[in-house]
Design a binder for this molecule. Structure first.
Ligand code: AMP
Ligand code: ZN
Length: 472
């Protein structure tokens, strides 16, 4: 499989450290609010990667952190803690909102068919590991104490900016625009590993450490959680593109300084989902969540398909017009699948030929839009329905668009009115038979029919104009 690696800025053949096995780390959500559909775009595309690796035969172990401490409103170590801000907004404790929004996140994931990783680790559960790695970085001369905080010394590295060709100064200024400088730092790019002092001293969660009572920085969380669960050599690390700098850059700096060797081989970054007016936001404009889409009549699968129709390395614009088009496309597709019947043997030659196109698309840096095209190719193929259904079942192991389930559901809905019509006819015939029995003064027969209808859940209502009924 060819996969674009942000580290080399090229497509590379994906070769994990251990044949047949893949260790995969994903930056999890900061649980101070609902996830917006932009965040979820990243998780959908990571899910496709995860599922495709499994489909290709790899034994994948996937780890995700839950950021419940240390992520400040600016990624550059200044600003208020996002969790604390969320707790204040809702007049709850940090742990209460962490639990609530973690649950909401996984509910959204379930709706979107995003697989839950094998390990989901809240950062607050790994404080000892953070302290251990920070202590070691101090010992090795990669970290220093200043003004009560522990900082990583980026000047000790041969190369700090690993993901880009930008000039160091430009980047430093870009990230810190409008943010005051921390005078404790020896170098502009240095970052906090452990806070004991910050402008916002009302931090709710604090722990004892060799450097005083405080809390970890955000970046150290992912390094430690990954190394604890996946060892010294990580195959692939994922996240949204905004995480590449400074978060992932800092993760590499501290992990490799701690380990003394290269750490993660492949970096997978998903580009952003934006709105017509720009950046997706949780605080201004419409807060776009999966539940909001559902309330407007869009099945979560329509959103998943919308994401799959564009490449993960291209930014994507959300609009209701796009969603409407996708809804029509999805419904048409499902309606088409609903007409297919299990009509005999699968034609193996056609199956293999068609499947090869699907695999080729995903093998080429996860080209999901071509993989979706493979669904339409299967439907158009000159073969029987059984082969088409087998192909769709195969593809949906990775795409997870509920293709067959939704088609099955549609069939049930379509059959329901027919059943209703049959039932109505039967009830009306029985009411007529009862009327005739009553007219013939055969009251025993009339009562029997009433009892039979009652057993069917039909309640008769006799009026001057005749007999009507209600169900239940
Ligand atoms: P957060 O909860 O802020 O830590 O972000 C969770 C994930 O969503 C991270 O991988 C981010 O890089 C990613 N992300 C943030 N904004 C967007 C966006 N507009 N589109 C796609 N991914 C995003
Ligand atoms: Zn992370």
């Amino acid at each position: 499989m060819q996969l674009y690696n942000s580290l080399s800025r090229t497509k590379e053949e994906f070769i994990p450290h251990e044949p047949g096995k893949v260790s995969m780390y994903t930056c999890g959500p900061t649980v101070y609010h609902y996830a917006h559909i932009g965040n979820l775009r990243t998780y959908i595309m990571e899910d496709i990667l995860d599922r495709y690796l499994r489909y290709s035969g790899y034994d994948v172990t996937r780890v995700m952190n839950i950021t419940d401490v240390g992520h400040l409103t600016s990624d550059a170590d200044t600003g208020e803690d996002k969790m604390l801000k969320g707790a204040k907004r809702e007049k709850k404790t940090v742990m209460e909102i962490a639990q609530f929004y973690t649950d909401c996140f996984f509910e959204d994931c379930k709706k979107l068919n995003i697989r839950r990783p094998e390990v989901v680790q809240p950062a607050t559960g790994c404080i000892d590991e953070f302290i251990h790695v920070i202590s070691s970085l101090i010992e090795k001369g990669f970290a220093y104490e200043a003004g009560g905080n522990i900082y990583f010394d980026t000047s000790k590295l041969k190369q700090y900016y690993v993901f880009n060709n930008f000039e160091e100064e430009d980047l430093a200024v870009g990230v810190r625009e409008g943010v005051e400088e921390d005078s404790n730092k020896r170098n502009k790019a240095d970052f906090v590993l452990w806070f004991t002092k910050s402008k916002f001293d009302d931090q709710e969660l604090k722990w004892d450490s060799p450097w005083g009572i405080g809390y970890p920085g955000w970046h150290i969380e992912c390094s430690c959680i990954s190394m604890k669960n996946l060892g010294e050599y990580l195959d692939i690390h994922c996240g949204g593109i905004d995480n590449a700098f400074p978060h992932h850059t800092n993760e590499i700096a501290q992990s490799e300084a701690y380990l003394g060797h290269a750490w993660c081989k492949y970096w997978f970054h998903v580009l952003h989902l934006n709105t017509n007016s720009g950046k997706m936001s949780k605080s201004s404009g419409e807060f776009l969540t999966v539940s909001l889409l559902e309330s407007k009549g869009y099945d979560p699968m329509v959103y998943r398909m919308f994401c799959l129709q564009s490449h993960y390395r291209k930014s994507l614009v959300f609009s209701y017009e796009n969603m409407d088009n996708m809804k029509i496309a999805y419904n048409k597709l499902i309606a088409k699948i609903a007409t297919l019947k299990e009509d005999g043997e699968i034609d193996r030659a056609v199956f293999e030929e068609q499947k090869a196109g699907f695999v080729k698309a995903l093998d080429n840096d996860l080209n999901t839009s071509l993989a979706v095209t493979a669904i339409y190719d299967a439907l158009k193929a000159k073969t029987n329905d059984a082969t088409k259904l087998a192909l769709l079942r195969e593809y949906d192991q990775v795409l997870c668009l509920n293709l067959l389930e939704a088609a099955e559901q549609q069939k049930t809905v379509e059959e329901a009115p027919a059943q209703d019509a049959e039932l109505t006819q039967k009830i009306e015939a029985m009411i007529e038979a009862r009327r005739a029995a009553k007219q013939a003064k055969d009251y025993a027969e009339a009562d029997r029919i009433r009892a039979e209808l009652s057993a069917m859940g039909v309640t008769l209502i006799d009026t001057k104009e005749g007999t009507t009924y209600r169900l239940g």
